[in-house]
Write a new protein. Structure first.
Lengths: 465, 492
């Protein structure tokens, strides 16, 4: 019993917070400001608690497993959620159903925790559903906006579709191997056509969640329609969680079929980078812009995953840590601007530096990090992904990835140019940034600069393997 | 001497600039920082010479090694040889002159100086790093400052130029990156320059990675046909930006071609030498002829930079000790000269508000100091003996002539021809600007201020020091070139 409490500590703390919020909601209607403060404190405690008493073991006949690496991945997600609770203060204060929003958000996070820890396909499927359905409800949270419900509808339809495909794949795998346990599956996989077919279905489900091209079509619409808090949750936390489990599934469970999936990952990675980048070039809406840029980033993550090595795991985890800071900073700035002025296009950002230098520097730092320019951490993240991928020896692949870094720089610079260089007669007025938003942006900025330069962070990740 | 000072000093200056309250404080802090860099560079020079005089034979001096990402085999490995010391001196000269020249910048002064100092940080780091990863890191660190300097403080079609520059340089870095990864995996998972130079990288890898690295670095130093960012970038940049771009940033590429591509992959260098020579001769001639057609002073200097940087690549491509020494000397000489040229153009533009040669005339009458500097820099550019340009180009030619084969002889002769063309455009531009009758509306122009005079004098001192006494630079550089040549001379 004791062991159970400690091993599932991350999940239990989250569950506890969900119930606490529920009781507060039932018992007394707090004002949004107070409620938000309570939530932020709880999430901070949750983040801190994640670093203590981490043990490695399996539970429930191998259904649930946890290792130091998994604990770290959960901590990264905790960090992201904590930052989200701070970054979108402006929007949260205006929301009518704040406790419900966070209950949904934390349920989704709980699903992601189980997803990362899952030890067999059944657990995997259940937790994936738990991680998806609340997000669809969250996407609908801008109740007065039509686009928001459209986003929710698109989200739920595509995820239902991908769940169906996933279930089909799981049933085929069970039929072909007679087991659904991650520990036993590698011994039964021999690359027979049926197994390959089953794997393709499974892969498709992952591709939907990670918005890998050609399964990315839902992404831009959902990102644009949802409230920015949800968009950032989808693009950072949800992507991160699925990337973690995707990687460990490929490396551990489907290791016998690595020739098959290496080629799939490589081709899809190239397609994802190119399509994501080319579509990002022409976007005007900052949310759509970040949506396509995050598709392209997934392409880069796939480069690291393709390496099938310890370096691959560590560089992907490292990259996602950096990605949390960079992407959340970008969304945070976009949210601060849009919640006060309602302006969301890149043209609106013209001349922003005259009125809001702080926001501009944070956004520029975030975009440079996403583009992979030193001294920001994104440089190290991208470089390590490419180095890990290059170990396989396909330099054309790495060359294409490097070329894509140039394309991506082009559109990231578009935003920088609008903010710093272009003139606007009526630039956005001085934005009143809440203290907690400012605090979170400073944390993100510090993370963007320091995570790369402090090499012990990477060494720590490597040490966990 | 502790080399990390060269990185820490600009870093601290940059941080101090951010903490300052008003523009005056920012300027003085930057000037203090730049002066400290200047002093430090000379301290380094003397420490280096002392160490060599006491007979320290190791290839790199003042080596430092800190752990940094050990799981990738990366370390923060610093060290200098004569070539690096020469480049650091050049950087220090250009930085202090750049800071002085931009004394009148009023738009976002703090950000301007912050970016300038950040750019110098990248250059210092690049020249002293012995680990290819941190070398690459410092190479790319300079991209953001360059982009913002041109885009915010530039003139003309600045957004276009800034974008073009950033993207082309990123393209170059992307090639470098792929090349570096190729070396990394064939060289026993190490980025360490000294370790890699001991290994014999398989010839097949060299055949692929050498062009990647050489072209990648070549983009920075205006290798034909990747020179197109140079004219736009230089002409749109603010004065100090052009000085840094042409004086320091283009030299990063030349240094990389020499130190990384040629040194680590000698077989590749031998194999591709012909192509390098052809491209650099094209750059030299094309740059010179293109300059003849220019009417804007900044474009004149930008295109002539293409031509002059061609000599750097020609010196490297000729693969003799003398020509490589000449290449490094040309980098230093051209860095000083072009920085001075851009500084003068900036001074003229600030007063006349035009850069068109045809709209100027007789400036020497109103601005004796600026006019004289313009003459000096022009004469240096066309290779007058006694100034640095002559020394450097002569060394390259001498080195090239060592080869007895017809192809290299012809290439050398063609490159020599460009000097005539250079004389034509320089003399024409300088004469039309400084001499002749004074044009209408230029009666009330003032001469250079104290800061401009100081900047110009510092750079002129450098140019004359090389021109009159080239041996100290030669002695500094040629042992480094010899080590590189030794690797190339060993037959397969």
């Amino acid at each position: 019993m004791n062991e159970f409490l400690i091993l599932m500590k991350h999940e239990l703390v989250i569950t506890f917070i969900i119930f606490l919020l529920l009781f507060i909601k039932i018992g007394k209607d707090l004002k949004n400001e107070v409620m938000l403060l309570v939530i932020q404190v709880l999430l901070l405690l949750n983040l801190i608690a994640g670093f203590f008493f981490n043990q490695e073991d399996v539970l429930f006949d191998g259904m649930y497993q946890t290792t130091a690496m998994i604990a770290l991945q959960k901590n990264i997600l905790n960090l992201g959620v904590y930052l989200i609770s701070l970054l979108f203060t402006g929007w949260f204060k205006k929301t009518e159903h704040l406790p419900e929003f966070f209950m949904l958000l934390l349920s989704a996070q709980l699903g992601m925790f189980f997803l990362i820890s899952s030890g067999n396909l059944l657990m995997f499927f259940l937790s994936l559903e738990l991680a998806t359905i609340p997000v669809a409800a969250m996407a609908n949270f801008d109740l007065e906006k039509k686009r928001s419900s459209e986003a929710a509808m698109k989200m739920i339809l595509t995820s239902a579709f991908s769940s169906g495909i996933l279930l089909f794949g799981i049933s085929l795998i069970y039929g072909a191997t007679g087991t659904i346990s991650f520990a036993e599956l590698p011994y039964h996989l021999d690359g027979s056509p049926l197994q390959v077919l089953a794997f393709v279905f499974l892969f498709t489900a992952f591709a939907f969640k990670l918005s890998i091209v050609p399964f990315h079509l839902w992404t831009a619409d959902v990102y644009e329609g949802s409230p920015i808090a949800v968009t950032s949750f989808l693009s950072v936390i949800s992507k991160g969680a699925v990337a973690f489990i995707f990687m460990s599934a490929l490396y551990k469970v489907f290791q016998p079929m690595n020739v098959v999936w290496y080629n799939m990952v490589m081709i899809l990675s190239i397609a994802t980078m190119i399509i994501g980048n080319l579509f990002a070039l022409r976007q005007q809406n900052i949310k759509r812009f970040l949506a396509f840029s995050s598709i392209a980033q997934v392409g880069f993550i796939l480069v690291g995953i393709s390496s099938n090595s310890i370096e691959g795991t560590s560089s992907v985890v490292y990259f996602i840590l950096i990605y949390v800071f960079s992407n959340l900073a970008a969304f945070g700035v976009a949210a601060a601007i849009s919640s006060q002025t309602g302006k969301e296009t890149i043209d609106d950002y013209k001349g922003l530096y005259q009125t809001n230098p702080f926001l501009c520097w944070v956004l520029a730092l975030a975009l440079f990090s996403l583009a992979g320019i030193p001294p920001t951490a994104g440089f190290f993240g991208k470089l390590f992904l490419l180095t890990a991928g290059a170990a396989k020896g396909s330099y054309i692949f790495i060359g294409i990835a490097a070329l894509n870094m140039i394309i991506s720089l082009f559109y990231y610079l578009r935003v920088v140019r609008a903010m710093f260089m272009e003139k606007n007669e009526y630039p956005i007025e001085k934005i009143n940034v809440h203290f907690s938003e400012k605090f979170a942006l400073v944390i993100c900025g510090a993370g963007i600069v320091m995570v790369g330069l402090l090499s012990w962070i990477y060494d720590y990740i490597v040490g966990l393997l | 001497m502790n080399l990390s000072l060269l990185i820490l000093l600009p870093l601290l200056t940059a941080i101090a600039i951010l903490l300052m309250r008003n523009a005056t404080q920012v300027k003085w802090v930057s000037l203090a920082g730049a002066t400290a860099q200047f002093v430090l560079a000379f301290v380094l020079l003397f420490a280096f010479r002392n160490e060599r005089a006491t007979g320290n034979p190791s290839q790199m001096l003042f080596e430092l090694q800190y752990n940094w990402f050990p799981s990738w085999g990366i370390s923060f490995h610093l060290g200098v040889d004569g070539i690096s010391v020469a480049m650091i001196l050049l950087t220090a000269f250009v930085v202090i002159a750049g800071v002085l020249v931009s004394w009148n910048v009023t738009k976002m002064t703090k950000e301007f100086y912050f970016l300038l100092i950040l750019l110098s940080l990248g250059a210092y780091g690049f020249f002293i790093s012995l680990d290819l990863f941190i070398l690459f890191f410092f190479l790319e660190i300079a991209v953001i400052p360059k982009y913002l300097l041109i885009g915010i403080w530039g003139s003309g079609k600045k957004e276009y130029s800034a974008n073009k520059l950033a993207l082309m340089l990123m393209g170059g870095s992307a090639l470098v990156l792929v090349g570096l990864l190729g070396i990394y995996f064939s060289g026993g998972h190490s980025f360490d320059l000294l370790k890699l130079s001991q290994l014999n990288i398989p010839v097949q890898t060299q055949m692929i990675c050498f062009p990647l690295l050489f072209v990648g670095f070549g983009v920075f130093t205006a290798l034909f046909p990747f020179h197109t960012w140079v004219p736009d970038g230089h002409s749109s940049a603010p004065t100090a930006g052009s000085m840094f771009l042409a004086g320091i940033s283009m030299k990063l590429g030349g240094y990389g071609c020499l130190r990384v591509a040629t040194y680590i992959m000698p077989e590749g260098a031998r194999e591709y030498a012909t192509i390098i020579i052809v491209l650099s001769v094209i750059a030299i001639l094309y740059g010179a002829f293109a300059t003849m057609m220019q009417k804007d002073l900044k474009y004149i200097n930008a295109y002539s930079s293409v031509s002059h940087c061609g000599f750097v690549l020609l010196g490297i491509g000729m693969l003799t000790k003398t020509s490589m020494t000449g290449a490094v000397m040309q980098m230093v000489s051209h860095g000083l000269m072009t920085a001075l040229f851009f500084a003068v153009i900036g001074m003229i533009y600030e007063r006349t508000h035009t850069r068109q040669v045809s709209e100027m005339g007789g400036l020497l009458k109103r601005m004796p100091f600026i006019g004289t500097v313009l003459f000096i820099v022009g004469l240096c550019s066309l290779g007058l003996p006694g100034l640095s340009g002559f020394v450097a180009e002569m060394t390259v030619f001498m080195g090239s002539w060592e080869h007895p084969d017809t192809f290299r002889r012809v290439a050398t002769v063609l490159a020599c021809l460009s000097i005539v063309v250079t004389a034509v455009y320089i003399l024409r531009a300088v004469a039309k600007t400084a001499m002749g009758p004074l044009k209408e509306g230029f009666q009330n122009l003032s001469d250079a201020g104290w800061n401009e005079k100081l900047a110009a004098l510092i750079l002129i001192a450098g140019i004359i020091a090389i021109g009159v006494a080239p041996f100290w630079l030669n002695d500094l550089v040629s042992p480094g070139a010899e080590i590189i040549m030794k690797k190339i001379a060993i037959p397969k």
